[in-house]
Design a protein around this ligand. Structure first.
Ligand SMILES: [Fe+2]
Ligand SMILES: [Fe+2]
Length: 295
């Protein structure tokens, strides 16, 4: 290590501290949750304000019963998205777990993978029990590709951070929303607690990686990685508008509905709000332009 030694040292300190907290707060997911045979269909399972039709004319056209049913499938879709995001990120982190580019981080990576494995289990269990399926993952997003390892690392850990911060924006708002079944609140809360550590690590990791990338590849490299991350953010946001989810909720024309919603100014604003903290952070790192990501 050379120029970035202080940043690397800081990253190792942060990771070591987070590992201590992680091990102190470790839990057994198989014991933690109680899974009722069914959840009340007279409740929202997703906060209405976080649903994909909210704020648009389509929302006004839906009956209360349709909104409730849709909220249940939106919840299954949100948790399914988490399953796929976690599957991907576990693979990427496992690939790097004893990589010499990341000295002193292996213990944290073990904790991270262990926690994500728990998350994937409780999200998938919810989907299978109350939706009868995990929705298949939607459009595949191109794997990070760049000649330099450091740029691929920026893209991979950038993706992880974007996915975690977006998911956390939902988790945080639903962790104590008493309109939702207790189990739904609890899943959101447990995930939020673990993710607050992953996000703290992810931000420090990105600061370090971007310093290294800027030194190795200059602004062009960072911009290329930033474009990739902006596209990834859009794909993540769009994956909430799953046509099959609308069909499952008994709403016809899911594909057309998805297109209409994605063009609605209220939804564009909702997207900007959901990712505003993340895009501001990526902008400070010189990766992204604040408006580029939320389309
Ligand atoms: Fe997670
Ligand atoms: Fe995470």
């Amino acid at each position: 290590m050379s120029a970035d030694q202080p940043a690397t040292q800081r990253l190792q300190e942060v990771a070591a501290k987070l590992s201590v907290i992680s091990r102190m707060n470790s839990y057994d997911p198989y014991e933690l949750f109680e899974w009722p045979d069914s959840l009340p269909t007279t409740d929202y399972w997703m906060a209405p304000e976080l649903m994909t039709c909210y704020g648009t004319p389509i929302w006004d056209e839906l009956t209360e019963e349709q909104r409730l049913t849709l909220s249940q499938w939106e919840s299954v879709n949100f948790f399914s998205l988490n399953v796929h995001l976690i599957r991907e990120l576990i693979g990427e982190v496992a690939d790097r777990i004893y990589e010499t580019r990341f000295p002193g981080l292996s213990d944290f990576f073990h904790d991270f993978i262990s926690e994500e494995n728990k998350h994937m289990w409780f999200f998938a269990t919810f989907c299978l029990r109350y939706g009868g399926k995990v929705y298949p993952s939607g459009k595949m997003f191109a794997a990070a590709s760049a000649d330099e390892n450091v740029l691929r690392d920026v893209m991979v850990f950038g993706r992880i951070l974007i996915a975690e911060e977006l998911s956390d924006a939902y988790n945080l708002r639903m962790s104590d929303d008493t309109r939702l079944p207790a189990l739904v609140q609890q899943i959101n809360l447990v995930h939020h607690r673990d993710e607050s550590r992953h996000i703290a690590f992810g931000r420090q990791m990105m600061r370090t990686l971007c310093e290294r990338a800027a030194a190795a590849t200059g602004e062009d490299g960072l911009r290329m990685a930033g474009d990739y991350l902006a596209r990834y953010t859009s794909v993540c946001l769009q994956s909430f508008y799953n046509p099959t989810m609308y069909a499952d909720a008994g709403i016809e024309g899911g594909r057309r509905l998805r297109v209409r919603l994605l063009e609605d100014p209220a939804r564009m604003q909702a997207h900007r709000d959901l990712v505003s903290r993340t895009t501001a952070f990526l902008e400070r790192l010189g990766l992204i332009q604040a408006d580029a990501a939320a389309r």
